[in-house]
Design a binder for this molecule. Structure first.
Ligand code: XMP
Length: 334
């Protein structure tokens, strides 16, 4: 019968057979569960002949990039290159004011450009190594539900929004450069990926991490994305998640975040009237992310978060809680 231990051994053997003695593999990581588990598995299988790349798009959470880098390199031993492309992303997002789809397309496209340029550099360096051969494989952390979704959602719903997943690459890189796909998680559900991650020694916090979208905070800053707006959303989000963890609620919630609304409201702070922006908090419970219910916090908790955000985040004078389930809402705001 099926056990995770046997499955891991079988996958390691399959990867080694596919890639061979000298073959090399490239993959994108985001710090999320799926890409990290896939990367760790690949590292177990072929060591430093697996090359992981993390693209910093300037829209990650507070300290996230440093943390991911530390965990993947120091703790998990993965051969990782971090590319800071923040300026490229943030400059390019300027002027996209009322078009979530344009935001997503720009971020997805820029990600691929940055990733491709780095891949070419890694390939060149790899080609000169006496110990290893060409990079012929591309690792993708596709799960079973992703496989099903891409088969069954070819209808109008697929056009609602373009998901940018750090795992995915376009034809031009795959076939154009002759990269072949390896998808070691494609038979697994999320809970099984987590189980595999535990077996591979990935820390609990990372295993239980809420999903985070590829475009990051850019789709949680409604309207135009600027450095200032990202900084505000990032701080508010950090406070919200910190309080959720302190209250012991993190593992009961499927996903939670703060979004910054592109409107201003009046408030009083000290003895002055202010005209500042509004933060919207969102937290949901779901098993499949196709439908979701709002998480029912107690009022004291929400009030505490609200007070902290208004006091600690410059430019914000009000906090709201999003009461919309999915459907009709989506989990993200854009
Ligand atoms: P929605 O907003 O469609 O989100 O209800 C469902 C789940 O998908 C995540 N999401 C994304 N993940 N790239 C990703 O990797 C994306 O572009 C993207 N958009 C949404 C969302 O965070 C939620 O978990």
């Amino acid at each position: 019968d099926w056990t995770m231990d046997k499955f891991v051994d079988k996958e390691l053997a399959r990867i080694r057979a596919l890639v061979g003695e000298k073959g090399q593999v490239l993959g994108a990581v985001s710090g999320g569960v799926d890409s990290t588990v896939a990367a760790k598995l690949m590292h177990e299988a072929i060591g430093d002949r697996f090359h992981a790349v993390l693209v910093d798009n300037g829209c990650m959470r507070l300290n996230e990039c440093e943390q991911v880098k530390k965990t993947l390199t120091e703790h998990l031993g993965i051969n990782l290159t971090v590319i800071d492309a923040s300026d490229l992303f943030l400059d390019g997002l300027k002027g996209i004011t009322d078009n979530p789809e344009a935001k997503r397309k720009f971020i997805g496209g820029t990600f691929i450009d940055v990733f491709e340029a780095e891949a070419l550099k890694i390939e060149k360096a790899a080609a000169n190594s006496p110990k290893a051969g060409k990079i012929e494989w591309f690792l993708q952390g596709t799960l079973y539900p992703d496989v099903i979704e891409s088969i069954s959602f070819k209808g109008p719903s697929a056009t609602i929004k373009t998901h940018h997943n750090v795992g995915g690459l376009p034809e031009r890189m795959m076939n154009g450069q002759g990269l072949k796909l390896i998808e070691p998680l494609r038979e697994l559900f999320k809970d099984e990926v987590r189980e595999m991650g535990r077996k591979l020694g990935i820390p609990h916090d990372l295993i239980m991490r809420h999903p985070f979208p590829g475009p990051g905070i850019a789709i949680r800053v409604l309207g135009e994305v600027t450095r200032e707006q990202v900084a505000i959303a990032r701080k508010a989000d950090y406070i919200f998640i910190e309080e959720i963890k302190a209250a012991g609620l993190y593992d009961q919630i499927s996903q939670a975040f703060a979004a910054l609304l592109p409107v201003k409201a009046v408030g009083v702070m000290g003895d002055k009237r202010v005209h500042q922006q509004v933060i919207s908090l969102r937290a949901v419970q779901t098993t499949d992310f196709m439908t979701a219910n709002i998480f029912r916090f107690d009022w004291d908790f929400l009030e505490r978060v609200s007070t902290r955000i208004v006091n600690e985040v410059d430019g914000v004078c009000r906090v709201e809680y999003d009461l919309t389930s999915k459907p009709p809402g989506t989990i993200e705001m854009e």
